[in-house]
Design a protein around this ligand. Structure first.
Ligand SMILES: CC(C)(COP(=O)(O)OP(=O)(O)OC[C@H]1O[C@@H](n2cnc3c(N)ncnc32)[C@H](O)[C@@H]1OP(=O)(O)O)[C@@H](O)C(=O)NCCC(=O)NCCS
Length: 185
């Protein structure tokens, strides 16, 4: 399938499409890293859309042109100038305080690629887009709570492991994620 990619800011009208994209991304691409029970417990809470990022204009989508005049959203991801490290609108812990670019690390947030479009460089394109936007806002450090699925990509792009985190889920399961960081200095 030939395609051209276009990165743009997400808008509120994208939200239903993004929920569907995120769900299929998690169910397919994370199936080798997490159990079905972990995925059920995490979807919509730890793993999902944070609409604050759309409001802040720090959340991006990648559209692919699959036919002339036909564009589909194939990936989404963002960064944040707020303290929350990961999680959707319905996460247990949300910290909306603004970060200080001089002392704090921008958060890399909520990357999801549609399974049919994985391993084509879209995660890398999102990361580059987010790092550049955060750099323009004055940040020189970035961090994230990465799923196990994301670790290989982020390591490749210069992130190092800071610590493992175990996130309790509402169904009694827990989700291992990895705090990772990168500094430009
Ligand atoms: C993690 C994710 C965003 C990566 O997106 P992607 O578009 O497939 O990543 P890229 O194509 O840019 O990958 C670049 C390189 O990273 C590495 N990489 C990416 N995904 C990998 C995987 N699942 N296993 C091993 N290496 C991987 C590879 O070196 C890859 O290069 P290659 O394909 O030439 O071997 C995608 O798998 C995803 O959406 N996963 C489900 C949701 C999720 O866990 N998101 C992370 C939230 S922190």
């Amino acid at each position: 399938m030939s395609s051209a990619y276009h990165v743009r800011l997400a808008t509120s009208t994208d939200i239903p499409t993004l929920h569907a994209l995120i769900e299929s991304s998690v169910r397919v691409l994370q199936s080798g890293d997490y159990t079905p029970a972990q995925i059920e417990g995490a979807l919509g809470t730890v793993l999902g859309l944070d609409t604050q990022l759309i409001e802040d204009e720090t959340y991006f989508v990648i559209e692919a042109t699959t036919q002339p005049n036909e564009k589909v959203i194939v990936a989404c991801g963002g960064w944040s100038k707020r303290k929350t490290l990961f999680g959707s609108d319905h996460a247990a812990i949300r910290e909306s305080q603004l970060l200080d670019p001089k002392t704090d690390a921008a958060k890399i947030r909520a990357f999801f690629v549609h399974p049919d479009w994985a391993r084509r460089g879209l995660g890398s394109l999102l990361l580059e887009t987010c790092e550049n936007a955060a750099k323009s806002a004055g940040f020189t450090r970035f961090e994230m709570g990465s799923t196990l699925t994301g670790v290989a990509l982020y390591k490749l792009r210069g992130y190092h492991v800071v610590e493992p985190i175990s996130v309790p889920l509402h169904n009694g399961e827990s989700l291992p994620v990895i705090r990772m960081a990168k500094s430009l200095l």
